[in-house]
Design a protein around this ligand. Structure first.
Ligand code: FRU
Length: 469
């Protein structure tokens, strides 16, 4: 397919999108979502040319996975987004099965884009090329083609380049499956962004004593933060759930130290980056103020994905809010980016055992939980339960209608909940843990009757705002 044919198909899909707006109860008020089609990973996150750039994995042609393109939206505050023309379409032979995930770095006034050209062979099997493209200040994208073929020693699953600068060199991490079916992160170095030399496998199964059954690590992201080198990965493995082999979609964050010369990454600690139902493939970037910011895909390609009701409105999935990362007491904290506070309206506060607070798009702050047992109802298919030993999100499964639960095991002292039409992000203890989930129950989707309701065995102080997007 040529670029023109792809664009014509995209326009057709946009023109035929089912009616949205008032009739779509799930469309976020302020989270980023595609107008049509399927959105997954954030890509190429950057602050360039005076604006935040949010590229994303996008299938504009249908609400299914497939040969992905890169969509693009820009913003000055990470709340109000402007949709931009398609950035990358999978039209060349080296990317025919998708312009897969990647990253961006500004060099000499241009935004350098690195992504994976995914090629699936008709007879089975696949290969991957790491490709380069450039976005100019005038908004034109120029594809420069592959800078790396599939390296020896790995299966066709080598992807998701994250590029950064350290000293005089550029570095890239790739997620990979090796020929022994072990998930690893590979480190590369380059002087000129064109010729890349492999430094080594720095992280994964059987490296520096790490033992696990991961067969692949997706979307690695390695960056300096408060004197440490933080590595985020999406390990893929199979676990048994009720006798059924089930693929995991977890995200792990590791604090450690990278020896760039020896290509050795020493791990200090690892934990889950999110404890909710819908969080995958996040990416970080440093903005003009030196903040380390993260967006994640608020979704997962699991067996329940086809049941999401937004498909009837022509779109599926959305991004998380922008989150600022810091390290404190050797833990990575995630907090809503400061800009989000500008959406606050209609402040209410109180101290009570139970209350109901209306707002489709709203924020609830509970600051003195210490030992209370409470239930926070967010929609009729999503409830948060807080006990002295943990925070549990309970949600009704879209396919089976059965309640499922996810727990963060720890003592909550404070909770900050950000709610939008069909999602909630729960920041526990000022960002020590986060639980991110979509919800589609009645109370979440009906504008005049939704919000937070909490009931507690000890009085709690709350603050509440509606959020104007
Ligand atoms: C993660 C992922 C990436 C890949 C992209 C394809 O969700 O599988 O590894 O590049 O999605 O859309």
């Amino acid at each position: 397919m040529t670029d023109t044919q792809y664009l014509l198909q995209t326009i057709e899909s946009l023109l035929n999108v089912p009616k949205q707006g008032e009739h779509d109860p799930y469309r976020p008020v302020w989270h980023f979502a595609p107008r049509v089609g399927l959105l997954n990973d954030p890509n190429g996150l950057s602050f360039y040319n005076g604006e935040y750039h949010l590229f994303y994995q996008w299938n504009p042609l249908e609400c299914e996975h497939g040969a992905k393109a890169w969509g693009l939206a820009t913003s000055t505050d990470m709340i109000h987004w402007q949709h931009k023309p398609l950035a990358l379409a999978p039209t060349e032979e080296y990317e025919v099965s998708g312009c897969y995930s990647g990253s961006a770095i500004e060099v000499d006034g241009k935004l350098e884009l690195f992504y994976t050209g995914n090629v699936k062979y008709p007879q089975g099997g696949r290969t991957a090329y790491q490709c380069r493209a450039q976005l100019s200040e005038s908004g034109e994208v120029n594809k420069l083609g592959p800078v790396m073929d599939l390296p020896a020693g790995y299966s066709g699953h080598v992807r998701d380049p994250k590029v950064w600068r350290h000293g005089d060199d550029y570095y890239m991490v790739l997620g990979a499956e090796d020929l022994q079916k072990r998930g690893v992160v590979i480190l590369y170095r380059s002087r000129d962004l064109t010729t890349w030399q492999k430094c080594g496998d720095i992280y994964g199964t059987d490296i520096n004593g790490k033992q696990d059954n991961n067969f692949m690590l997706e979307c690695p992201d390695l960056f300096p933060l408060d004197g440490k080198d933080v590595l985020i990965t999406c390990p893929k493995t199979w676990i048994d759930i009720d006798g059924k082999a089930t693929e995991t979609f977890d995200v792990e964050v590791t604090i450690g130290a990278l020896d760039y010369q020896q290509a050795d990454y020493q791990v200090e600690s690892t934990c889950l980056l999110d404890y909710g139902f819908d969080f995958y493939a996040p990416q970080t970037f440093e903005d003009a103020d030196g903040r380390r910011l993260l967006f994640g895909w608020m979704g997962k390609p699991d067996e329940y994905e086809p049941y999401q009701p937004t498909k009837a409105f022509g779109w599926i999935h959305q991004m998380t809010c922008p989150r600022r990362l810091t390290i404190s007491n050797n833990e990575v904290l995630q907090q809503p980016a400061e800009e989000l506070a500008t959406m606050r309206r209609n402040h209410l506060s109180g101290h009570c055992l139970s209350t109901s607070l209306a707002g489709l798009s709203a924020e609830l702050l509970l600051q003195d939980i210490n030992g209370a047992t409470s239930t926070i109802t967010i929609a009729d298919d999503l409830v948060l339960e807080v006990t002295p030993s943990g925070v549990t999100t309970k949600r009704k499964n879209l396919k089976t209608g059965l309640w499922q639960q996810k727990t963060w095991p720890g003592k909550a002292t404070s909770l900050q909940l950000l709610r939008d039409s069909s999602c909630v992000e729960v920041f526990i203890n000022r960002g020590r843990a986060v639980m991110t989930s979509r919800m589609f129950g009645k109370a979440s989707g009906v504008k005049h009757d939704c919000g937070f309701r909490f009931e507690s065995d000890k009085p709690m102080s709350y603050q509440h705002w509606t959020l104007e997007g």
